[in-house]
Write a protein that binds this ligand. Structure first.
Ligand SMILES: [Zn+2]
Length: 61
């Protein structure tokens, strides 16, 4: 198992997608320690190595 950005499994980054209608790829925001959507600017927290990919759990605006 290879560790990728934010301490998540590198393989996970290949399958992670934003739950927004575009299902856009996501990238690591190393500064905030969050996952950021490349389309809708949604952000997702990582708790204990698990990405919380819930739109209503993000702080938007
Ligand atoms: Zn999105």
């Amino acid at each position: 198992m290879t560790t990728g950005p934010l301490g998540l499994d590198a393989a996970l980054w290949g399958v992670l997608a934003c739950p927004c209608p575009q299902h856009a790829p996501v990238v690591a925001d190393e500064l905030s320690g969050q996952i950021a959507c490349t389309k809708c600017d949604a952000r997702f927290n990582v708790l204990d190595g698990i990405p919380i990919m819930l739109l209503d759990a993000t702080e938007q605006g």
